[in-house]
Design a protein around this ligand. Structure first.
Ligand SMILES: [Zn+2]
Length: 411
């Protein structure tokens, strides 16, 4: 990156200019990150949270207001200086409504959805494409891209930072490829290339990683800087964030727990050929198969029915409780390994009793690691409405780390 260019006699000036620009970009990143996590904040508060000087904060805020990223809010009367002193009210700053836009696309087995948000997390436009039966990956993808183009035609694209695309299964973020999405039956589908013609930056990752980033960046989030997210639905997946950085590892593999062994599983054969792999035992389709095998569910129900219905059926309750125990064992093992600040186990997992049982098993597995922090393990339902917002966090994560790549005025 810093190699000398032959023929350039004195690179010192350009190096100095570059490092000044880099310092400015880092300051902008720190300021925008703290606003996202803690905002709205006044300039003096930003000095405290970022450690930047008042001069730098003031200058940076002026630039960000001028280019439409930030806006000044109404002064807070409570922010006036101490009693008996007629100080100036502090003016909180926040992201400007509609100032910058982000597009989230989520591809699930039965539909593709697209939502545009601004940096205040307000939803500006939304559409859903229901997948017709028998369509090929290429047809589904082309229709999803066309729908996204329609949604983009309703907003100001010059203010749009990029598109985040999420899909279940294994995803290679760097290649922007869905490596394997078992429920869609997709393998090596190039999502990045499909969305590139829309003319925006395209980021692609797995649903669970997007969920983890959403939890990291959501304002007021209870999730710490180092977190483990487990998601259980059609398949199972995990996402690891260390010191506010998503751990992806080489290729698509970090967080791939599909084939973790379940030591007391029912002997189910996995697609990999082995028995008792985690996904083959605890996913919702696996639970449905277990219900079918003992006649606890009629054969024409969908795979998720045993989770949503039959709450009072004792056979189903026993199956769900057994599944909760397996999940708790897997979660406890991962918590023991990573010792995260927060663990989120997400998905429709059954009744509160099932969830409590899962927590109890997880905590007993890693009681030394958790110690006095048993409440650092949380459950999140993660219903259908979270996924476009989760997809957008891919763009937000990149924007907050590298704002100058998106805002030429900051470079
Ligand atoms: Zn397997």
């Amino acid at each position: 990156m810093t190699a000398t260019v032959p023929g350039v006699a004195s690179p010192t000036d350009s190096v100095t200019a570059r490092s000044t620009a880099s310092a400015g970009a880092n300051s902008a990143a720190a300021l925008l990150t703290d606003l996202q996590r803690l905002g709205p904040l006044a300039r003096k508060q930003l000095c405290r949270t970022t450690g930047l000087s008042f001069t730098t904060v003031t200058r940076m805020c002026a630039s960000l207001i001028e280019i439409g990223v930030l806006a000044e809010l109404e002064p807070r009367p409570s922010e006036r200086t101490g009693p008996g002193r007629a100080g100036r009210p502090e003016i909180p700053l926040d992201f400007a409504a509609g100032g910058r836009l982000l597009v989230g696309v989520h591809i699930r087995p039965w539909s593709t959805t697209c939502t545009v948000f601004d940096l205040t997390a307000a939803e500006l436009s939304h559409a859903e494409y229901v997948h017709p039966a028998g369509a090929s990956p290429g047809e589904l993808l082309a229709a999803g891209v066309a729908m996204t183009a329609d949604v983009l035609s309703t907003v100001d694209i010059s203010r749009t930072l990029g598109i985040g695309v999420s899909i279940g299964g294994l995803v290679d973020h760097d290649r922007r490829v869905s490596v394997e999405s078992p429920m869609l039956g997709w393998r090596e589908v190039d999502l990045g290339a499909a969305f590139d013609p829309l003319g925006l930056a395209v980021h692609v990752d797995s649903s669970v990683r997007c969920l983890a980033l959403d939890q990291l960046w959501r304002r007021g989030s209870q999730v710490g800087d180092t977190s483990l997210t487990l998601f259980v639905s059609e398949i199972v997946g995990a996402a690891i964030i260390v010191d506010r950085r998503l751990r992806r590892g080489p290729g698509a593999s970090a967080g791939n727990i599909l084939h973790f062994p379940v030591h007391d599983g029912p002997g189910t054969v996995c697609s990999c050929g082995r028995r008792n792999c985690l996904s083959a035992v605890v996913s919702n389709p696996a639970l449905y198969d277990q219900a079918l095998a003992v006649g606890a569910a009629p054969p024409d129900t969908q795979w998720h029915t045993p989770v949503y219905k039959y709450q009072d059926n004792p056979v189903m309750a026993a199956l769900r409780r057994r599944r909760a125990g397996w999940l708790g064992e897997a979660a406890g093992t991962l918590i023991e390994l990573l010792n995260p600040d927060t663990t989120v186990i997400a998905g429709h997992l059954g009744t509160q009793d099932d969830i409590d049982h899962m927590f109890a098993v997880a905590r007993s597995r890693c009681s030394t690691t958790l110690g006095a922090r048993p409440t650092s393990v949380l459950h999140r339902e993660a219903g259908a409405d979270v996924w476009d917002r989760a997809s957008v966090s891919l763009v937000l994560d990149d924007y907050l780390r590298h704002p100058a790549r998106y805002e030429p005025a900051l470079a």
